[in-house]
Design a protein around this ligand. Structure first.
Ligand SMILES: *Cc1c(COP(=O)(O)O)cnc(C)c1O
Length: 362
């Protein structure tokens, strides 16, 4: 038998695909810094420093792990209906909102179709486009990182299908206004408003869903409810779109553990929102501290993170200085964010350690 080169059988556009740049787990970060894992200050994933609700552990202990989850997610959609005020028919959950982004590509994007990506923004839209064989048109945000509606309108071609807006935008922190979202909806294309940080700003486009079949609002339990490790997010959209997502998703996409954790979190939402309030207060405190450090420019943020900009060519060294001290933030490969990194909002103690280390390295 001739030896087989299995790569020759892989779809050509996937063989050398540019991958998503994920964050490493704490034990690896600890190893890299040469410190014990419990001393790692992990501010690179926008995770919740207060963890999840204590009720989640109790709920997980009772999960029937040997039974498949409900493919129609009835409990999840009922719980999210009471949390969001939207009809359960307008809600669908995924294994993280990341899975829903991927499902939207499966639903709308044929090879060669185009998406509009408001650069700089969350890397998953471009990544899923590459996997789907779609074409990514980067529409630069303006000089304040705000969405540029005119530029978006001008970038539309007959093959454009979907416009992605992260609001608040990861990693810059900007909100899109309702007027901007309405203007984009008027293009008739699918408009995805990714509200992963909704709870940290309380501004939403969900109210527009009943009048706009082309609007998809994405949310997640990862950030406000501290469930990043369990992978559960959801979308709010018209019932027809929900039905089509259900038709193509894998039937058991959300695990029974994630379901139980979501229901417990929604029941404990008042306590979780107390943590959100602490994080928002800490965001404002960190912003003031950063503004007082020469050589650092913090960008105003409506999320649970702040984009920090440094003098040209300095960000890399500061990033590495922090990492040597066991403090991990998120940097980016793109030209526009070369002098920046993103820091997640942690506990007050983590803020103080971050600021002290920053003063030593900047
Ligand atoms: C964190 C994040 C997500 C991913 O959420 P998961 O539910 O954990 O997949 C989606 N969109 C943006 C903009 C994010 O920052």
């Amino acid at each position: 038998m001739k030896p087989v080169d299995v790569e020759k059988l892989i779809r050509p556009h996937l063989v050398n695909i540019k991958t998503y740049d994920p964050v490493d787990p704490p034990e690896l970060l600890a190893q890299r810094a040469g410190i014990p894992e419990d001393r790692v200050i992990k501010l690179n994933g926008n995770e919740n420093p207060y963890g999840c609700s204590p009720r989640v552990a109790e709920a997980l202990a009772r999960v029937p792990a040997h039974i498949y989850p409900d493919p129609l997610q009835r409990r999840i959609r009922r719980a999210l209906s009471s949390y969001t005020g939207m009809d359960p028919d307008c809600i669908i959950a995924g294994a993280g909102s990341d899975e829903l982004i991927d499902l939207l590509f499966r639903l709308f994007i044929s090879p060669g179709d185009e998406i509009l990506d408001c650069d700089p923004t969350f890397g998953m839209y471009g990544f899923c486009a590459r996997v789907a064989g779609g074409k990514i048109t980067l529409v630069p945000r303006d000089e304040l990182f705000d969405v540029d509606v005119d530029a978006i309108q001008q970038a539309i071609t007959p093959r454009t299908k979907v416009i992605f807006i992260s609001s608040p935008n990861n990693p810059t922190g900007n909100l899109a206004t309702e007027a901007q979202v309405r203007a984009l909806l008027d293009t008739g294309l699918v408009v995805v408003v990714d509200e992963a940080y909704y709870e940290f700003c309380n501004q939403t486009a969900a109210g527009l869903v009943p009048e706009h079949e082309n609007l998809v609002v994405l949310r997640t339990m990862s950030k406000w409810a501290g469930l990043a490790g369990l992978r559960i997010g959801y979308g709010i959209m018209c019932p027809r779109l929900v039905k089509h997502i259900i038709d193509i998703k894998s039937p058991y996409n959300v695990s029974v553990a994630a379901e139980a954790a979501l229901v417990a979190s929604v029941e404990d939402a008042p306590a979780l929102m107390e943590n959100v309030r602490k994080i928002v207060a800490e965001r404002e405190r960190l912003f003031s501290l950063l503004k007082a450090i020469p050589g650092v420019t913090p960008w105003p943020s409506s999320g649970n993170f702040i984009l920090c900009q440094f003098a040209p060519g300095r960000a890399r060294e500061v990033f590495e200085g922090l990492a040597r001290r066991g403090i991990f933030v998120r940097n980016f490969g793109s030209e526009r964010l070369r002098d920046c990194f993103r820091v997640a909002i942690g506990t007050p103690e983590q803020t103080d350690a971050f600021v002290a280390a920053l003063k030593e390295t900047v």
